[in-house]
Design a protein around this ligand. Structure first.
Ligand code: MN
Length: 248
């Protein structure tokens, strides 16, 4: 069994979501062989050196919970989101999570999937794509990571607020995938079933590409009242709701 989650947007401001995710890792996820996190695990990630900061309880809690589920025998892999694109080798080493390129083709004996965060397909939002092209450059990341941690945290927060404000003024289609770009993507990836997050518009879409029907599954984002995982049982994909358990 393989599980897929995305867009948890874990943040110190939303401890209930962190709790839900930690419970998921300690419970439901243990029944899986593999878990894929398809980006935006964290609302912000200033750099792996936040793991050396004893006061960053969120990073320590989540990395500890990931380490335990990996230790129990579940293979956990992660793709970067637009929020946590700075998750690096330090995070991977500490958590035991494998970092994957985006897109990642998951070839199973019985099915072929292609996994992506999904932001690269939202090409109508040219402002965002310009930003993305900049921050994904190695030179930009190196220069940014050379700044003091506190400064990076402040910048990440300011960028987040700017993007929230910008989002309010943006037309809905700008925040969804572009149909032509998606069809090109599906063609380039051998018409594999696409699983992605990012848009926070959970649905299953069917695209007809070159006469071939291709499924695109969009994962839900998590909130304090509900999380979601998608489960591949070897035959089909099923959405599962994850709800907070009352404290015992
Ligand atoms: Mn995203």
């Amino acid at each position: 069994m393989i599980l897929f989650v995305s867009d948890l947007h874990l943040s110190p401001a939303t401890p209930a979501v962190t709790h839900l995710f930690v419970d998921f890792l300690a419970g439901r996820a243990r029944a899986a062989e593999r878990l894929f996190i398809l980006g935006d695990l964290f609302e912000a990630w200033p750099g792996d050196d936040c793991l050396e900061d004893g006061e960053d309880l969120l990073a320590a809690t989540v990395v500890g919970a990931l380490r335990e589920v990996v230790g129990s025998g579940v293979e956990v892999s992660l793709l970067h989101g637009n929020r946590d694109f700075l998750l690096g080798e330090g995070f991977a080493a500490r958590s035991g999570v494998r970092l994957l390129p985006d897109p990642f083709v998951l070839s199973l004996p019985t099915w072929q999937f292609v996994l992506s965060h999904g932001d690269a397909l939202c090409i109508d939002d040219t402002d965002y794509q310009t930003f993305r092209a900049m921050v994904r450059q190695e030179a930009w990341q190196k220069a940014f990571l050379a700044r003091p941690l506190a400064e990076r945290r402040a910048i990440a927060m300011a960028v987040r607020e700017q993007s929230e404000v910008a989002k309010r003024g943006k037309a809905g289609y700008l925040m969804d995938v572009n149909l032509g770009a998606t069809e090109d993507f599906l063609r380039a990836n051998g018409y594999a079933t696409l699983i992605h997050g990012h848009t926070h518009r959970p649905a299953m879409h069917e695209h007809i590409v070159d006469g071939i029907a291709v499924e695109r599954w969009v994962l839900a984002d998590w909130s304090h009242t509900r999380g979601e995982c998608l489960c591949w049982d070897g035959e089909q994909l099923l959405r599962e709701s994850l709800v907070p358990q009352p404290a015992t």
